[in-house]
Design a protein around this ligand. Structure first.
Ligand SMILES: [Zn+2]
Length: 262
């Protein structure tokens, strides 16, 4: 594992991150991801290739559009950097292997779903959005890898458990409070996570996500003073799923069932 291959994976991560930005901005609005080519969302001018290089163009342009001089969202280089960083970490952990490809696809999907949910939870959209196309692709791909690994049933059970473990509490919540806490998209997203990480991951991912959700909830209430401020749950699941992938052995050495029973 030399520095050259690490740089190569990093560059792939930047390119994937750049593509992810396109997906996050366009898919919720039903705009084609190929046409038109990149344009400034403020002045609609086309962005030429040299202004469209991940992270580097942002730095060279000092974060401003070449034409209208308005600020380019910091989210673009941040998404690219985060994707590159996670790809490199996953490469350092697994090396060049089948599981590397599996987790690169997984992390890409987890990021695109989480960031789309955050993006659509703010701004012009009515509620956070989790496009079904990512979930369907993820479940299908996860099961293919499960089949190759020879543990198809384990991942199939992960899908069912991921879905149901959120569906039931959300159902009870909606009956008691007469409003929706989590949505179908969150159940589906957890099902997709289960397709990649299997049945054994569900208790750990759920515990982390609940913890992050509570922490985020407290912070949001303190800042907004609004007890009903909606917090997207997909990012909590996303962060938890990535933590699980990075620390899988460590987490599996802990007996989660004893945690639930006691
Ligand atoms: Zn512009």
């Amino acid at each position: 594992m030399d520095i050259l291959s690490i740089c190569f994976i990093g560059i792939i991560g930047l390119v994937f991150g750049s593509f992810m930005n396109v997906l996050i901005m366009r898919v919720p609005k039903n705009i084609s991801i190929v046409k038109p080519s990149s344009f400034c969302p403020q002045c609609m001018e086309d962005i030429v290739w040299k202004d469209n290089i991940p992270v580097i163009s942002y730095i060279l342009l000092k974060g401003k559009c070449r034409h209208c001089k308005k600020n380019i969202s910091i989210m673009y280089p941040l998404t690219e950097t985060l994707t590159a960083l996670l790809f490199v970490i996953i490469y350092l952990k697994f090396g060049l292997s089948l599981i590397l490809f599996k987790y690169i696809i997984f992390i890409f999907l987890v990021l695109v779903v989480s960031l789309t949910d955050i993006y659509t939870s703010t701004g012009d959209f009515e509620t956070g959005m989790i496009p079904t196309v990512y979930i369907a692709f993820g479940i299908f791909t996860g099961l293919i890898f499960g089949l190759i690994e020879g543990y198809f049933a384990y991942y199939l059970a992960g899908i069912a458990a991921g879905y149901l473990v959120l569906f039931f509490p959300a159902y009870i919540y909606s009956k008691i409070r007469h409003k929706e806490g989590m949505g179908e998209g969150d159940f589906m997203f957890f099902a997709m996570i289960g397709a990649f990480t299997g049945l054994g991951s569900i208790p750990a991912v759920l515990t982390f996500a609940a913890f992050f959700g509570i922490v985020a909830g407290i912070i949001v209430i303190i800042i907004t003073k609004d007890r009903n401020y909606p917090i997207p749950f997909a990012p909590m699941l996303g962060v938890s799923a990535i933590i699980y992938v990075f620390f899988e052995e460590l987490l599996n050495s802990y007996n989660w069932s004893s945690f639930i029973i006691n």
